[in-house]
Design a protein around this ligand. Structure first.
Ligand SMILES: *Cc1c(COP(=O)(O)O)cnc(C)c1O
Length: 434
């Protein structure tokens, strides 16, 4: 089988979507095709076009589309009339997931977290984390970081940096201080020291925080990867100032950076962790808020919801944990592929005098402007590579290939991306010179 994408040339009629679906749709605008099937790293449209998925549902499909082991587990469960919806009742599927998560994820890492099943999307897990931190500390303020992205509901949106997204709230987004992330003022300024100074100064105007909410690698904010030292200083600051450390691992977790949790090699143990996106392993909605047992101060039903714990997702998540996380092989694969990705991006960057960002299989290239980045992703899509941008000006072309991608397919896709970067920048330079 060829490892090359084969995009279809036919642009379908999209008048149905324009007539009946809200204007709020976004990804579909850059990729005007109608998809009908997906397998591993490939998505097919209804004209038999074949696309290489370097977006992976924004890191929701870390194990690729319709992984056969996960798919079979779900088919078997449904065929046996397994429970689909059960509010938060005890089910076999939940018990198996809890036990598997305990044995394969928590115990080997020396972590002791309670699992709170929240509403099904990432922003629900963030809301629960914020509520819990405010309840426990009795404080209102939360420290989040520049370029952070935490979701679209009001509490999580208040912690999100992006002005356009914030504007959608229609009301003031309060009770959050946005502090500079690692490297925000360049490599020579330690923004953790700035935060420490402000928190220690009773006259700085910075209210004592209930929590410090951080992504170890900022997914939507431009693939800024915090250093180990900075994260450790932030963890120490949280502790010293009575704030809970929340790591939002919704995009960077589930293996994306090379380990199950993105903070494992960073020498920190967060008080609270949020997971969603790739947690179900198959793209089913499923979110979790994890916290130390001493922090489990909820009253029964105090935070509620109809879709908390999705039994189909329990089944596929359990299958994913057993298949990928029972030993170290998958992690070694991710690291090798992450190195390949880094090297190939480095070469593209070097020959075009650009810089790269990120960690593990969560990397990208800063092409200087959102306009150039969108020309590059458009050209890549026309050659059959599904890829998106991130960053404050959408100037980072972001590679989020499935973690399971074959090395040669990864290399072939990156070759296409490299061509697109070279050719867009060449035209841009010619136009600029004229
Ligand atoms: C995607 C994302 C969220 C929000 O998750 P949704 O499922 O879109 O609600 C929160 N935090 C981070 C880091 C994310 O990448």
């Amino acid at each position: 089988m060829t490892i090359q994408p084969e995009p279809s040339k036919t642009i379908p009629d999209i008048t149905l979507y324009e007539r009946r679906e809200s204007r709020v749709r976004s990804y579909a605008r850059a990729m005007p095709r109608q998809f009908n099937r997906a397998e591993a790293v490939w998505m097919y449209d209804n004209k038999e076009g074949r696309y290489l998925d370097f977006l992976s549902g924004c890191s929701t499909l870390n194990y690729g589309h319709n992984h056969p082991v996960l798919k079979q587990a779900l088919i078997d469960y449904i065929s046996a009339d397994g429970i689909t919806h059960s509010l938060d009742l005890h089910t076999d599927a939940k018990a198996t997931f809890l036990r598997t998560f305990e044995n394969l994820i928590l115990k080997p890492r020396g972590l002791d977290y309670r699992l709170m099943f929240t509403g099904p999307t990432g922003t629900n897990a963030v809301e629960a984390a914020l509520k819990l931190a405010r309840k426990i500390t009795g404080r209102q303020n939360v420290i989040a970081f520049t370029n952070g992205f935490h979701g679209m509901t009001l509490g999580a949106l208040a912690c999100t940096g992006n002005a356009e997204k914030r504007g959608g709230a229609g009301i003031a987004l309060n009770h959050v201080s946005h502090e500079p992330y690692d490297g925000y003022y360049g490599p020579d300024i330690d923004t953790a020291a700035l935060l420490e100074q402000r928190l220690s100064d009773p006259s700085s105007g910075l209210d004592s925080p209930a929590a410090i909410l951080v992504e170890t690698v900022q997914g939507e904010g431009g693939l800024n990867a915090a250093s180990k030292g900075w994260l450790q200083r932030i963890a120490a600051i949280a502790k010293a100032h009575g704030a809970l450390l929340i790591v939002d691992d919704i995009q960077a977790g589930c293996g994306r950076t090379g380990t199950f949790f993105s903070f494992e090699d960073m020498g920190i143990k967060p008080d609270i962790v949020t997971l969603a996106k790739s947690l179900s392993g198959m793209g089913l909605p499923f979110a979790l808020t994890l916290f130390h047992p001493a922090l489990d101060q909820w009253e029964p039903g105090e935070h509620n919801g109809t879709f908390r714990g999705n039994n189909h997702a329990f089944v596929t998540a359990t299958a994913a944990l057993r298949h990928f996380w029972a030993d170290d092989r998958f992690q070694a694969d991710i690291r090798r592929r992450g190195d390949l990705l880094a090297k190939q991006l480095e070469r593209m960057a070097e020959r075009n005098e650009l810089t790269t960002r990120g960690r593990g299989m969560m990397r990208g290239i800063d092409v200087g402007s959102g306009d150039i980045a969108s020309q590059i992703t458009k050209r890549a899509f026309n050659r059959g590579v599904i890829i998106e941008t991130s960053g404050p000006h959408d100037e980072i072309v972001k590679v989020l290939a499935p973690l399971t991608i074959d090395d040669d397919v990864l290399a072939a896709g990156l070759d296409i991306l490299g061509d697109c970067i070279d050719s867009v920048l060449a035209t841009h330079l010619t136009v600029a010179a004229e």
